[in-house]
Design a protein around this ligand. Structure first.
Ligand code: ATP
Ligand code: MG
Length: 144
């Protein structure tokens, strides 16, 4: 196993509203995004930034790296099963090409969206949203 050095920055604000989702499935999504970021980061000067932020109707999670990025024409393809893109001469990606399609299915199952933003040469940022849990109305007081 090849050791890679990377800086990881994490920005997790407190007191965010709750979301309703399956913890293990979200861990699976995060593991895939993080392992992808590690796989493609710039050797020696790798940087990964994980950010959690509040949007109008839900949370947004971003995993950004400073690797080679993904060409615009490939940015939809990476969400197709078994698709691996990029320069296969210099960087043959390991894995099966299932992580992103599965991650998108999981996020959509919980009512969110998963997409990528990338400028080739400057890295890739994967983002997903998850809607806030509906606020429970207070239980009615028992009748006297
Ligand atoms: N952070 C990234 N930077 C550059 N390319 C990426 C990044 N993340 C994904 N890709 C591209 O998208 C492809 C699909 O990613 P996906 O996670 O679905 O599969 P994988 O990582 O190759 O395999 P698996 O997740 O099944 O182990 C990758 O093979 C790679 O070509
Ligand atoms: Mg993967």
């Amino acid at each position: 196993m090849h050791e890679k050095e990377a800086h990881i920055e994490v920005d997790l604000p407190d007191n965010l509203p709750l979301i309703l989702a399956d913890r293990d499935r979200l861990i699976q999504v995060m593991l895939n995004l993080l392992s992808n970021a590690v796989k493609f980061l710039t050797p020696g000067s790798g940087l990964i930034r994980v950010t959690l932020s509040r949007r109008d109707d839900g949370l947004q999670v971003s995993v950004a790296d400073n690797g080679p990025g993904i060409r615009p024409e490939d940015q939809q393809l990476v969400f197709e099963k078994f698709r691996q893109v990029g320069d296969t001469m210099t960087a043959k990606p390991s894995g099966t090409g299932l992580g992103l399609p599965i991650s998108r299915r999981i996020v959509e199952h919980f009512g969110g969206e998963l997409w990528v933003e990338s400028v080739p040469g400057e890295g890739a940022t994967f983002r997903f949203t998850l809607p806030f849990a509906p606020v429970q109305p207070p239980a009615a007081a028992p009748a006297e």
